[in-house]
Design a protein around this ligand. Structure first.
Ligand code: NAD
Length: 496
């Protein structure tokens, strides 16, 4: 379990077969608002320990898969209550290790619990076997557990993107080995251990580290399903590692989500302007489904930019994540900060105009942490890196377009297709939305503001394979097993 060493420092160990497993080396996790402050320590799990975790999950699977669904649901509901009771503590830890403001960290728990509740409510009917009597006899379709799930999560929403996997995987009768990201391992480990405390030993195991441990999880023959959220480049390694033993996979990957503002969009709608600003800068832009490029019809472009800057300067307040005035915190890590900065500088060199947005509430803090002032980038070419690549940070290009066909093409040219949004008169927007290649398209809102955990979420093209959330997000952790009892066992075309 996580050990509260003192008020300030959390020490996390690997959690295998219901127990903490000591590691020889620990890594310090810094606070992104003040990189000299250590929030906690997490271990580097060895290959041997990763194998031990997988074997523990494989051992526990034998009995867990036979545990009645009502018992599984009851355990998950108890875990939900425990998370709810510990919410403030979790939120503070998440905010300190990640850099997201407190309201945003609460939002992450809110979405996580909403999903876990939905999964508990729906699991029984989603997993109920179906028996069909038909003209040629009877068919039984059952939703059987797959086995050991390797769940690998990223740093941007470490709790939501771990529980999105843990809840349905366990409810469906699988066991799990979770590996959170080394950039935000502490709060996710804490939540996983809270859940684990309600389940038999070995059903949930937690290991730590980066690619080395990830390779073991994605290539070990005992692992039968990989549930991965992270970058597209990492997914390509995972597909290769898993190919030897042909594993089932759900891959939730990167995106370059476009927001399209049609001629019929009302630029005087201040709530809508606030929504697009939030859709660009929530969690300092570090969300897979954030709007990362904005296309505005040329007839409203100038006025849109003017109103956008006004709305952004009102909403964006960059500061201490623990200050209730703060809406935007630091970037999570130095690598990401430098990457985003590089894209903005590159755009500037290519002749783009970069406009700083929002107010800095505490300049000293800003200078010491991994802060980046949010920026609006104007005058880019449609193929500039800042437009076609996933920035995953607090910057956004706004570009004009002339007609719907052009903007639909620009949207669909991308190698990605996670989410998108269309803004304007509802019927116009829906008509454009139908032509976009994306897993989700939102109308007059974007990013998490338009997320609905009751429906499947995932990407097309290089944004992923499979879906999480919704009933599909539960059944994705099952094998569909068909038992056929045909009346006519002899086929007429096979000669005697
Ligand atoms: P990442 O791919 O660098 O890391 C994700 C996880 O994979 C981490 O736990 C990491 O340790 C692990 N990992 C790294 N190399 C591995 C390997 N070879 N084998 C197995 N595991 C390995 O991603 P990140 O930087 O943590 O997250 C940002 C990315 O995640 C962005 O591209 C973002 O769009 C994407 N993301 C997608 C969604 C979605 O739902 N589609 C949600 C959130 C984030």
């Amino acid at each position: 379990m996580t050990i509260q060493a003192d008020q300030e420092t959390i020490i996390v160990e690997a959690f295998i077969n219901g127990q903490n497993v000591k590691s020889l080396s620990q890594v310090a996790k810094e606070n992104p608002t003040n990189p000299t402050e250590i929030v906690g320590y997490f271990p580097v799990t060895t290959k041997e320990q990763a194998v031990e975790a997988i074997e523990a999950a494989a051992g526990a699977f034998k009995t867990w898969k036979q545990t009645p669904i009502d018992e599984r649901i009851m355990m998950m509901r108890k875990a939900i209550e425990k998370i709810r009771a510990a919410e403030n503590e979790i939120v503070h830890l998440l905010s300190r290790e990640h850099g997201k403001p407190l309201y945003d960290a609460h939002g992450e728990i809110y979405v996580s619990l909403m999903w876990m509740e939905f999964a508990c409510n729906e699991a029984k009917s989603a997993l109920q076997e179906e028996i069909k009597e038909h003209e040629n006899g009877k068919t039984i379709l059952s939703y059987d557990p797959i086995g050991v799930v390797a769940a690998i999560s990223p740093w941007n929403y470490p709790i939501a993107l771990s529980t999105i996997k843990i809840a349905p995987a366990l409810l469906a009768g699988n066991t799990i080995v979770l590996k959170p990201s080394p950039y935000a391992p502490l709060a996710a480990a804490k939540v996983a251990e809270i859940i684990a405390s309600e389940f038999p030993a070995g059903v949930i195991n937690v290991v730590h580290g980066d690619a080395d441990v990830g390779v073991e999880l994605t290539s070990n023959p005992l692992v039968t399903k990989i549930a991965f959220t992270g970058g597209t480049a990492t997914a390509k390694h995972i597909i290769k590692a898993a190919s030897e033993t042909i594993k089932d996979m759900t891959l939730e990957l990167g995106g370059n989500d476009a927001a399209i503002f049609l001629e019929s969009f009302d630029v005087h709608d201040e709530r809508a302007m606030r929504r697009i600003v939030i859709s660009n800068f929530l969690t300092a832009g570090q969300i897979c489904m954030i709007a990362k490029r904005v296309y505005v019809h040329r007839s409203i472009y100038d006025e849109f930019v003017e109103k956008y800057i006004k709305a952004a300067n009102r909403w964006i307040r960059i500061g201490d994540p623990f200050d209730s005035n703060t809406t935007v915190g630091p970037v999570n890590n130095l690598k990401q900060k430098n990457y985003v900065l590089g894209l903005v500088e590159d755009a500037q060199k290519r002749g783009a105009k970069v406009i700083p947005l929002g107010q800095i509430l505490d300049q000293k803090l800003f200078d010491q942490g991994y802060y980046l002032q949010p920026t609006l980038v104007l005058g880019c070419d449609v193929h500039d890196p800042i437009v076609v690549e996933e920035q995953f940070g607090p910057t956004v290009p706004i570009l004009p377009f002339d007609d719907e066909e052009q903007v639909i093409n620009l949207h669909n040219e991308s190698i990605y297709g996670l989410t998108s949004s269309v803004w304007g008169k509802e019927e116009d927007a829906i008509s454009v939305a139908r032509q976009l290649e994306a897993g989700t398209t939102m109308i007059n809102t974007a990013a998490v503001q338009g997320l609905d955990v009751r429906f499947p979420f995932g990407g097309v093209k290089q944004s992923g394979i499979g879906r999480e959330y919704g009933v599909e997000g539960i059944r994705t952790y099952t094998e569909k097993h068909v038992i056929n009892v045909p009346k006519t066992q002899d086929l007429p075309y096979i000669p005697e």
